[in-house]
Design a protein. Structure first.
Length: 257
């Protein structure tokens, strides 16, 4: 692992403040819900015992997460124990805090005593693991959701449109601002046969830019059938996500760079 990844391993707190967005039209009402998407108990990592050292450490990590300023991304880790809270870039402050609190409560109910667990909401990802995963692509914990309504028509033209949108957003999200410092998020829009298609990409902030691109490309190929020819779809994973809809779903950012 390179030196930058080694530095990440030693960090107790990483606070993501950088947000970069393409302009998004406000002509249509935003759909900024925070629905539950999915969760997974990482059974292979085993369980911990009540009162154990692992539970003590986990509770300390949770306290640190609760005390955060909720500006976007937090990573806590000691040895091989890691916790990531990543909020969607427009979901900071109270939205991020509320999403974390909800996600944690549901995880504790659905995955009691598990050392590894992950949950996804519209506005945040919460991942807790006993393995060293910092800076690594998660190839295993991924899924795709699509709108049941089909677009029909020229499927090839539609596929080209969403792939071009994803490629452009990926380039923007991983654009280098300074050495080893990337935005890891971008959102924007494009026209498709008179309609506006809105999209976003996001990777966890611990990923190098090359790994972010690889994660997005891997999942776009893996879930190509899910993403093609629908009125909206997304793949969601432990380290990257892509979404498109035919309505705006990202709030205008407060932070700009």
């Amino acid at each position: 692992m390179d030196s930058s990844s080694s530095v990440l391993k030693r960090l107790i707190w990483i606070n993501f403040l950088a947000i970069q967005l393409l302009p998004i039209s406000s002509e249509l009402p935003l759909n900024t819900t925070n629905e539950y998407l999915n969760h997974k108990c990482l059974v292979s990592q085993g369980k911990y015992k009540p009162g154990s050292e692992y539970e003590t450490h986990l509770n300390n990590v949770i306290k640190l997460l609760y005390s955060g300023s909720y500006r976007g991304f937090y990573l806590f880790g000691m040895s091989n124990d890691n916790a990531i809270l990543q909020c969607r870039a427009d979901s900071y402050g109270t939205k991020c805090h509320d999403c974390f609190a909800t996600a944690l409560a549901v995880l504790r109910r659905k995955c009691p005593w598990y050392k590894g667990m992950i949950i996804w909401y519209d506005q945040c990802l919460l991942s807790i693991t006993s393995k060293d995963t910092i800076g690594q692509i998660d190839y295993d914990n991924n899924f795709c959701m699509s709108n049941a309504k089909k677009l029909g028509g020229d499927k090839l033209a539609f596929t080209r449109t969403w792939k071009t949108l994803m490629d452009n957003l990926t380039t923007l999200a991983t654009a280098t601002r300074s050495k080893d410092n990337y935005t890891m998020f971008a959102a924007g829009e494009t026209s498709y046969k008179g309609d506006m298609m809105y999209g976003m990409v996001q990777c966890t902030y611990d990923l190098p830019a090359t790994a972010c691109k690889e994660c997005l490309v891997f999942n776009s190929l893996r879930f190509q059938d899910c993403l093609s020819d629908t009125r909206g779809a997304r793949f969601v994973g432990g380290t990257c996500t892509f979404r498109f809809e035919f309505y705006p779903f990202i709030s205008k950012p407060v932070l700009n760079i």
